[in-house]
Design a protein around this ligand. Structure first.
Ligand code: PHE
Length: 341
């Protein structure tokens, strides 16, 4: 910009006028919309700091003998700018502010969709299979009292299953006894039999908690599927057939089921349930005929009713089906792992 106080020669003024004009050409040529043209107008013709104003101010510094010429050059610039600006305004007014080309035939951008966790998938699948066998799916609380987790299941006070080291007892008590996070879904057998009378066919899938150190086959929280049938004439044969149908439904026709004698306080006789699939036997849980003491605890007559119960590890059957070697992978929340199911 030319200084106002210093003397300005006509040549200098003409040079500045030329620079102003080429700057204006650039600005206006690059202005794509009305807002850009307006910004160019302010920069060139703005009343306070526009370039034309600066040149006008420097006119008074031109030697008086050359001021006429200077004024003529200035006026030419002024007219040229006004015309160039008007042309630019007309150009941008003639078309829409912004043209966004839209190809309506392009496929839409897919939103990333999640999917159901493999453990939840397993739970739903088991519920489906059991529903076909007439078993209704029911829920039970995860915070339990000792009656439902132990006493009613005929687990005596000195039984190791009650060891504080093997349970998550809470600092909250009901009466004199602390509550706990249930260590098994067998609690739901009791809750159902307390409320309803036979015939009963229920299945309950949910979380259980034991203070195990996490390794490939253990986790302090895991899921169980509990089954209970109480009907006149129920036998071990019905139990085994039910487990076979569940195993075949979930793993496929090639699966084999075997029982090994075992002990649970709430079943008599009791068995461990193993399944063989793909050449390997894996223990999936426990089962047996509902113990008379349990029937008596919920006010049923062991002489006239009988039933069976089973409890299997959901992670175990899911791992077996999907070939997962380490159940901790189910809870690492690594989408690269989870995406596979
Ligand atoms: N609740 C037992 C467990 O957690 C499994 C079981 C359920 C055994 C029902 C017999 C009958 O080990």
């Amino acid at each position: 910009m030319l200084s106002r106080v210093a003397d300005v020669s006509l040549d200098e003024l003409i040079g500045e006028i030329g620079r102003c004009r080429s700057a204006a050409e650039d600005l206006l040529a690059g202005a794509a919309d009305a807002a850009a043209v307006e910004r160019a107008r302010v920069e060139l013709l703005g009343a306070r700091s526009g370039r034309l104003k600066a040149i006008q101010k420097s006119l008074s510094a031109v030697d008086p003998s050359q001021r006429r010429d200077a004024g003529r050059h200035f006026n030419e610039l002024k007219d040229w700018l006004a015309a160039a600006l008007a042309a630019a305004q007309e150009r941008v007014a003639a078309r829409p502010e912004r043209v966004v080309p839209i190809d309506v035939t392009l496929p839409g951008a897919a939103a990333p969709l999640g999917h159901v966790h493999p453990i939840t998938q397993t739970i739903r699948r088991v519920e489906e299979i059991m529903a076909r066998l007439g078993f209704e799916s029911v829920d039970g609380p995860e915070v339990e009292d000792q009656w439902h987790n132990f006493d009613a299941l005929a687990i005596p006070p000195e039984h190791p299953a009650r060891d504080p080291l093997d349970n998550f007892f809470l600092a909250v008590a009901r009466g004199a006894e602390p509550l706990l996070l249930r260590s098994q879904t067998s609690t739901v057998q009791i809750r159902v039999m307390e409320r309803r009378r036979p015939p009963l066919r229920i299945v309950s899938l949910g979380r259980v908690y034991r203070p195990d150190t996490a390794d490939a086959t253990h986790y302090p929280m895991f899921h169980q599927v509990e089954g209970l049938l109480v009907e006149p004439g129920a036998t071990m044969a019905h139990l085994k057939t039910t487990l076979r149908l569940l195993a075949v439904g979930f793993l496929g026709p090639g699966v084999r089921v075997r029982f090994r004698p075992s002990f649970f306080p709430f079943t008599e006789p009791s068995v461990e349930v193993d399944m063989e699939w793909g050449g390997r036997w894996v223990e999936m849980g426990g089962a047996g005929m509902v113990d008379p003491a349990v029937l008596a605890a919920v006010g049923l007559d062991p002489e006239t009713v009988s039933g069976f119960a089973f409890g299997l590890g959901v992670e175990r059957i899911a791992a077996r089906r999907h070939g997962v070697a380490d159940i901790r992978d189910f809870y690492r929340n690594d989408v690269r792992f989870l995406r596979q199911f």
